[in-house]
Design a protein. Structure first.
Lengths: 488, 484
């Protein structure tokens, strides 16, 4: 077995016991990348030289440390919308050119300080806008379970890298499902923390009121460990919350007796792939066996979530992406005057989906439309949040599918943005409400594609959803099944 | 038809905080281009703003000093537009819920009070500067100013003449300077003003077509431009023309306003609440903490000076025009309670020196040429008859920058007043003896020669002789000489 197949906590144990070195582990990961990434295409940029140096330093520290941090010496991958000082950051867009950031994102700084080894930067939909990575300006990433399928998006590169053992763990970002939906597609664990739990400083902004960084890992314990390392208030992010960070890994005690599982009736409706529904219902039965209690709940404004999301997120994006004007960094076209320079730079720099969203958002904020679109959407957003508040009066966690279908075929939905947007129908509400949610494997469909189970928690109650997820994971083998990466 | 002008002013006051509004960069003026920048104020990917609490404090100060309501919850909003000096492609400002609401300023116009209401005061970040024509046909961008905090202070359209607008602007500047939140320098752009001018038939309540005037870089420009614009609008309507809502630029050289853009081409700024910043909550405690730091404001201080120190209104006005001068005066009065004499010295001799040294350009004089205690001691020496008023002028000059108390200077230079009868008598005898011709004139009834003798005595004592004693003794001696 390759060392690259290890989970984070397994690798950490071996490192502590000096059974392996970080250098060996890192080399194994690069070997795996050499073997499989020309098929998967998970990475945009590799940082091999720097990573080997970090591994060496980690090995030095491991020799001295009595109680090393769990991340010390662990090779991890970063979605390419995390700013990494001195390491090219593209956000899968041409507009950034060969942008070399002058600083590290707070989360990058935290994993570096914990001793993690940064393997490279993974592919994504341009500016994290998409559900399949097909919107990357560079190339598509393939699903390790079936190279003709999408890996999900926008953190599809990170998901594919974890599933293909091209890293030990990864970080992604989630604005409408961008961690959870690819985690479901690739059969891994993906956690979107509560909005405000993890710093957004140094993450290339898409929709500021919903963007959140989270772990993408091979199992639930790894997600808990990685979250511990990145969570906590950041003075550089005014929206990060001063709330103490529990030791999530210590909460994984397998005890969910009497825990109330809310099952929203609006989430089990037509349009869902039959096998997905079956797998999720069977997972719920498994949780019942461990003492959980089922509560049917209602989230009545669910049907408006996608519409609300595509107004709020695009409005924020239209403003967030204004800084890509070719003036201070990235690509600048040579126009005959200022306006033409702006127009050509942005026309050549942004892809079709990004332009579509900038236009949608600009429209929603325009004089005469603001009240009807942006303001109305914000009001409905409040109703959606209140739905969850009411539901959490009756249950402790909410259990749903992560996505309505398993990974679809590359190219299948690229011509139909609305169909593509519906991939996030079960994940979007959670971002609108700012709640934490985790996706973990709960089965496979008839074609062998993984199915994701989503567990949604109360604000800042990541510990409970991790505990439920871990309890389920202990009782099942899905997460242990590895994809066989075959030629297309 | 008779028209009534309606004028409202929008002021942008650059705040005197050490650091910028959303990052830790220095606000220091005159640095190398782009030296005061970081990824945050340069609008790099991934950066987030963190609101500088000092800026909020300054806004609360300005709000309290102008009788505004301080909003318990206010919102920072994004104003979206593209320009190279605006790194993020949006300016963080306030729109629907500003930090200060309502309020007013009482303005003194030729002895009568006029109340000008305020609509709002809000916080925002400044943009950088585009520098044209310095580098071939390319323009350069300097982001040192990007993110420097501003207060925008918007008045209601309560002013009716250019003079009222000028008086309002001066009063507002004086208040901000007293609060030490803005240096009020219009020429350097740290205190900027746009004017909204319209006219309506006298007696009408309906507002006319609003014209905004920009590029007003001095008080003079504000008043001249408003006057010009009122005349232009009246002429246009009188000639049967119509006015269109537009922004006009003041052309300083040609002394006229000209069209910059019409309402149709106005920007749609697509304001919306900035999702990177939480609503700003100001509780009563915070407001209270700021309230107790408020200095006595100019209008109150002026009244108190007139009453407490029995100063003429004119003196009180001059002494309270600036907070540092008023503080100077009060520090001096504490050392020697001679308000009127001190006032004379300050508005006369001290002001002349401040002007010569251009110290009056500074918002706050830290390095006084003469410290208040020394000036007070100087006046005290005159009052106690230690030196003459004339000698005091010489001592004052010697005190400038030497930081020596007047006693020391007098001691070192032997300038103290000679009040010793014997020594004065000797000098008088000598002068009379060496001027027999003048003495004879006096004795024959020409009393005008008296002054000549005094002059000679003062000359012989280098002005140090106590003039009163000289007068008395001289008169006595001359009497005796006549009798002889």
């Amino acid at each position: 077995m390759s060392l690259a197949q290890l989970t984070l906590h397994e690798a950490s144990d071996k490192l502590r016991k000096r059974e392996i070195t970080s250098l060996e582990l890192t080399e194994a990961v690069y070997q795996r990348i050499a073997d499989t990434d020309d098929k998967v295409h998970a990475y945009l940029t590799l940082a091999r030289e720097a990573a080997l140096e970090q591994a060496n330093r980690a090995d030095e520290k491991l020799k001295q440390a009595t109680d090393p941090a769990p991340l010390l010496g662990i090779p991890i991958a970063l979605k390419d919308n995390f700013l990494t000082k001195g390491l090219r950051t593209t956000c899968a867009s041409k507009i950034l050119g060969d942008f070399i950031p002058p600083y590290d994102a707070t989360t990058v700084d935290r994993v570096r300080s914990a001793g993690a080894v940064i393997i490279g930067k993974t592919n994504l939909d341009e500016f994290a806008m998409g559900s399949s990575v097909e919107n990357s300006a560079f190339f598509a990433t393939c699903n390790p379970w079936n190279l003709e399928r999408i890996p999900g998006g926008s953190s599809g590169g990170s998901a594919a890298a974890v599933a293909a053992d091209e890293c030990i763990a990864a970080l992604g970002t989630d604005t409408g499902g961008s961690i959870r939906q690819p985690a479901a597609c690739c059969g891994i664990v993906g956690l979107k923390p509560t909005y405000g739990r993890v710093s957004r400083y140094g993450i290339i902004a898409f929709a500021s009121s919903m963007d959140q960084v989270g772990p993408m890992t091979k199992d639930v314990r790894d997600a808990a460990l990685l979250l511990e390392a990145i969570a906590g208030q950041d003075p550089a992010d005014s929206t990060s919350i001063n709330s103490s960070v529990p030791r999530y890994s210590a909460a994984l005690n397998g005890d969910i007796k009497g825990l109330r599982l809310g099952i929203p009736k609006e989430y089990f409706v037509s349009g869902m792939q039959i096998e997905v529904g079956e797998a999720v219902r069977s997972a719920i039965r498994e949780l019942e066996k461990h003492g959980a209690v089922i509560e049917e709940i209602s989230l009545p404004h669910t049907e408006y979530a996608v519409a609300v999301y595509y107004i709020v997120a695009t409005a924020e994006a239209s403003s967030n992406l204004a800084r890509y004007d070719g003036m201070r960094f990235g690509r600048r076209a040579n126009g005959k005057d200022l306006i033409e320079t702006y127009m050509i730079s942005r026309d050549e720099g942004f892809g079709a989906e990004v332009k579509r969203r900038i236009m949608l958002g600009t429209y929603a904020l325009s004089a005469g439309y603001y009240d009807a679109y942006y303001l109305k959407a914000q009001r409905v957003r409040t109703l959606i949040r209140k739905d969850f508040d009411a539901a959490f009066g009756r249950c402790d966690v909410i259990v749903t599918p992560t996505a309505p279908t398993t990974a679809f075929r590359l190219g299948e939905k690229t011509q139909d943005p609305l169909q593509m947007y519906l991939s996030d129908i079960y994940t979007i509400s959670i971002n609108l409400a700012g709640l934490p949610a985790i996706s973990l494997p709960c089965g496979f469909d008839g074609e062998g594609m993984p199915i994701g189970l989503q567990i949604i928690g109360k604000h800042f109650d990541e510990a409970t959803i991790l505990r439920v997820a871990d309890t389920y994971e202990r009782a099942t083998e899905w997460h242990k099944t590895k994809p066989r990466i075959q030629d297309r | 038809m008779k028209y009534e002008p309606v004028i409202g002013l929008e002021v942008h006051a650059q705040l005197l905080t050490e650091s910028k509004i959303f990052c830790g960069c220095s606000t220091k003026f005159g640095q190398e281009p782009n030296q005061n920048t970081c990824p945050v104020c340069a609008g790099f990917p991934g950066v987030l703003p963190v609101l500088n609490r000092r800026v909020v404090e300054f806004a609360i100060k300005a709000g309290l000093a102008t009788h505004c309501e301080i909003a318990r919850s206010s919102i920072l909003a994004r104003k979206n537009y593209f320009y190279p000096d605006l790194p993020k492609g949006y300016q963080i400002s306030q729109y629907e819920l500003p930090v200060c609401i309502g309020g007013y300023i009482d303005v003194d116009i030729d002895g009568t009070q006029k109340r000008v209401r305020l609509t709002r005061i809000h916080m925002e970040e400044d943009a950088g500067k585009n520098i044209h024509d310095a580098h071939g046909d390319a323009s350069l961008v300097d982001l040192n100013r990007a993110g420097v905090p501003l207060l925008e202070i918007v008045s209601e359209p309560d002013m009716r003449t250019a003079a009222e607008a000028g008086a309002y602007l001066r009063t507002l500047r004086q208040i901000l300077q007293y609060l030490e939140v803005c240096d009020g320098n219009m020429e350097e752009g740290s205190f900027r003003c746009d004017a909204n001018v319209s006219i309506r038939p006298a007696g009408s309540e309906i507002l006319g077509t609003k014209i905004e005037i920009k590029n007003l870089n001095s008080f003079r420009a504000v008043e001249r431009a408003i006057k010009f614009e009122i005349d232009r609008q009246i002429d246009t309507l009188s000639d049967g023309g119509t006015l269109i809502q537009q922004t006009r630029l003041w052309d300083e050289n040609r002394e006229e306003t000209r069209s910059m853009r019409s309402k149709e081409s106005a920007h749609d700024y697509r304001y919306f609440p900035d999702p990177d910043l939480l609503p700003l909550i100001i509780d009563d405690t915070w407001t209270y903490e700021v309230r107790v730091t408020l200095p006595e404001l100019p209008a109150t201080r002026k009244q108190r000076f007139a009453a407490e120190y029995t100063l003429p209104a004119y003196d009180a006005e001059l002494l309270t025009a600036r907070k540092d001068i008023a503080d100077y005066f009060e520090a001096a009065v504490k050392v020697h309670a001679a308000p009127k004499a001190l006032s004379n010295w300050i508005v006369g001799d001290l002001f002349r020196v401040l002007k010569e040294r251009k110290l009056d350009d500074q918002l706050y004089i830290l390095q006084w040429p003469v410290v208040p205690a020394h000036l007070a001691q100087l006046v005290q020496m005159i009052d106690h008859g230690k030196i003459t008023g004339k000698i005091a002028k010489t001592v004052f000059e010697a005190m400038l920058d030497s930081n020596k108390p007047p006693q020391q200077i007098v001691g070192e230079t032997g300038l103290e007043q000679v009040s010793d009868t014997g020594s004065i008598e000797t000098t008088i005898d000598q002068v009379l003896a060496s001027n027999p011709k003048q003495l004879a004139q006096y004795q024959s009834g020409n009393e005008k020669v008296f002054g000549y003798f005094v002059g000679q005595i003062m000359k012989a004592t280098q002005g140090r002789a106590n003039p009163q004693m000289v007068n008395e003794i001289l008169r006595e001696k001359l009497k005796t000489s006549v009798r002889q």
